[in-house]
Each structure stands twice: as C-alpha cells, then as structure tokens.
Design a protein around this ligand. Structure first.
Ligand SMILES: CC(C)(COP(=O)(O)OP(=O)(O)OC[C@H]1O[C@@H](n2cnc3c(N)ncnc32)[C@H](O)[C@@H]1OP(=O)(O)O)[C@@H](O)C(=O)NCCC(=O)NCCS
Length: 359
C-alpha cells in the first residue's frame, strides 16, 4: 500500500488489507469484537454483505491499531480490548474497553489512542491507522471491475474533467476511479465523508508517475477544518490487481501546511489594500511599495499591521526587532521584504531581501 501525507515527516502508520475472512464470520466476531461491538454485530439488519464488510473492516482496523500500540506504547491489547465505535458522523474512533484500568488513559489523551480509517468493497477491507489521535487519516478503495455509467459527470467539475482528459486514454478509467477514491479519502480524513458534496473536494493536480492526487477542500468540506482553506491535501493512490486505493494522512499544523511565499504576499497585499483604502493614495499597492515613504504608514499603523499578521498566522514573530532595526538604519520596508520576513518566520527559506535586511 502506498500512502502519504501532507507532511514532510509522515508519521508512522500501519495499513492492513484482507481479501478474505480468516475463519467463519461468527467465530471471528466472537474472537475480536468487544461486548458492545458484538451486540452491534448481532443486531445488524439488512444485507449480509454489509454485515460481513463491517466485520472484516473491524478486523483489519484492530490489526492495524494493535502493532502501533505495541511498538510505540508497549501496550499489548487483545483485539476485543480495542473498541471501534463511530462518532456522530460515522468516523471510526478507537477506544480501550478492557476490564482493567484503561491503559490508554495513562498513555495519552483519556480513552483515546490512534486515528483510524476503514474502507471495504467487494469482499476486501483495508484500514489505515496512525498513533496520534489528532492526526487525520483517510483511506478508500474501489473495484475496477464494477461498471459505473456516467459517474464522471456527477463526480467531477469541468476543471477536474479537463485534468482527466489530459491523461493518456488508456489511463482514463483507472484515474477517474483514483480521483473518486481520493475525494472519499479526504472526506474520511476530515471526518464528514462526502456529505458536503463531491464538488466540495476539488482535485487541483494529478501526478500519474507518483500516483499523487492533490485535493483541495472547499465550501462545506472546510467546516471541520477551516484552516485548510486554500490548501490541498496530498492523496497517494495505487492500483493493485482490480482494486484502486487512495490514502491520505493530514497532520494538523504540520510544516507542509504552511503558506507559500506567494500566498503570504497575496495576503499582505490584500491586508495593505484594506488598511490604506481610505487613505489618499493614488496608486495600487504593489509588492515593491514601501510602507512609510510611499504608503504613508506611521509607527502605529505598522504595529496594527504586525499584530494582524501574527493573529492571521497564529505565530509570534519578532516584529519589534524588525521595526527597531529599520528605525536605527533609517530605511524603509517594502511589502516584498515584509513577505520575506513573514515567510522566514513561518519556516520557509529566507529570500534574498530578507538576507540583506538582517545584515
Ligand atoms: C463516508 C463515506 C465516504 C463512505 O464511503 P462508502 O463508499 O460508502 O464506504 P467505504 O467502504 O469506502 O467506507 C466505509 C467506512 O467509512 C467510515 N466512515 C463513515 N463515515 C465516516 C466519516 N464521517 N468520517 C470518516 N470515516 C467515515 C466507516 O468506518 C465506514 O465503515 P464502517 O461503517 O464499516 O465502520 C460515504 O458513505 C459518505 O460520504 N457518507 C456521508 C454522507 C453521505 O451519505 N453522502 C452521500 C453523498 S455522495
């Protein structure tokens, strides 16, 4: 299984796939389910296929979580001591349900360990787990042999269909399914599935050589994670025999999620436009515009701007030193230089202007 992430340092993850039951389903249920899960298994109505997929999903999920707990927390739990129950939106949550003191309470946030995602289709089930419960994971699989008529017209926007149309014809069907799976994986990682609508998961890039698909959550899909506005999650996809898989790991606040220099510049230009809109300033604000001599900033305006920037990025930055330094040198500061300063303090590579400034 290929997985990744929207992070530079992907956290350790375990992915487990099963294509068949290891034993008779009722026997498996007795062996691996917690009392509450067993009750659910017995009360499940509807098609037998759904019951069996649910059970196989629980099996792979527990087999993914157990080695993580063993290796990282030295917790050796039996499958029935690990309980997987859905949150109100259906997202599977991992809990301890043994008879002794809850080892997960001692090990981490009370009663919670691991973040988990499950998918099943055509008798196969997969689960992806990471240790950190705050990290979001999403996995999906679909069978290529299942015929679908016209799903592309519903699932994809015109832009997304153009991405597909640009691929070689022999890749079309497989990559359409990969794109669908990528949307589902992101929907699961964000915890609401596709309830915001398929078009709220917008595919911005496809890289066939790496199996990579970038998905930008928009509109309703941003509700659980508003900090993702304007960002894309990396979803890695793979084909194995007749199945297509997609998986994503989103570590909240991860380094890779920081804005690019261009995004910082855009934000600063927009902010400066807001701040100076009532001022008697004839020209549009440009990257080269200088705050004091061109835009007529006073020191109080600079402090207001710096505070707004820190609040926007929720990161303290040494603006006091920067302002003191330009005061001592009796020089001005352009928006471009300010962009480099913010970029550097958000962890990006320093730009040429920033290097010059600190000398
Ligand atoms: C969540 C969803 C993407 C699952 O897709 P699916 O193709 O039906 O089924 P999959 O096999 O891929 O995945 C099923 C698993 O997803 C997980 N899941 C369900 N809801 C979830 C959620 N909100 N967040 C994360 N994971 C979720 C469950 O673990 C489920 O398996 P389980 O019930 O056996 O535990 C889909 O059902 C969905 O979007 N539901 C929400 C709203 C909706 O019904 N929209 C329809 C519009 S298209």
């Amino acid at each position: 299984m290929v997985y990744d992430s929207s992070v530079t340092q992907a956290p350790e993850s375990v992915c487990v796939r099963m294509d068949a039951f290891p034993c008779e389903p009722n026997v498996l249920a007795d062996l691996i389910l917690s009392p509450r899960e067993r009750e659910h298994w017995r009360s499940m109505r509807g098609v037998e296929k759904r019951r069996r997929e649910w059970l196989l999903g629980r099996y792979v999920a527990k087999e993914a979580v157990r080695p993580l707990l063993e290796k990282n927390l030295d917790l050796h739990l039996s499958p029935e001591e690990i309980e997987i129950m859905p949150d109100p939106y259906g997202r599977p949550l991992v809990k301890y349900c043994g008879s002794g003191p809850d080892p997960l309470v001692c090990a981490g946030p009370p009663g919670r360990a691991s973040s988990l995602s499950i998918a099943h289709s055509h008798g196969t089930a997969v689960a992806l787990a990471v240790l950190d419960p705050e990290t979001r994971v999403g996995i999906d699989l679909e069978s290529l042999s299942h015929r679908r008529e016209d799903f592309e017209a519903i699932a994809f926007s015109p832009d997304e269909r153009s991405l597909l149309a640009a691929l070689p014809g022999n890749l079309h069907q497989e990559w359409a399914l990969r794109m669908w799976c990528a949307k589902e994986a992101v929907g699961k990682a964000l915890g609401r599935g596709l309830s915001a609508g398929l078009l709220a998961f917008h595919i911005t890039r496809v890289e066939t050589a790496k199996g990579l698909i970038e998905v930008e959550p928009r509109d309703g899909a941003l509700e659980p994670c508003p900090q993702l506005r304007g960002k894309s999650l990396n979803v890695y996809t793979a084909r194995e025999s007749n199945f297509v898989f997609a998986a994503t790991i989103y570590q909240q606040g991860a380094v890779r999620m920081r804005p690019s220099r261009q995004e910082i510049l855009n934000y600063l230009l927009q902010k400066m436009g807001e701040l100076t809109q009532d001022w008697d300033y004839p020209d549009p604000v440009r990257p080269g515009s200088r705050l004091f001599t061109e835009l007529g900033f006073e020191s109080l305006d600079a402090v207001v701007l710096c505070t707004a920037i820190q609040e926007h990025y929720q990161t303290p930055m040494p603006f006091a030193e920067l302002l003191a330094e330009i005061g001592q040198q009796q020089r001005d500061l352009s928006i471009d230089e300010l962009t480099d300063f913010v970029n550097t303090h958000l962890g990006g590579p320093p730009g040429a202007d920033a290097t010059r400034r600190v000398q």
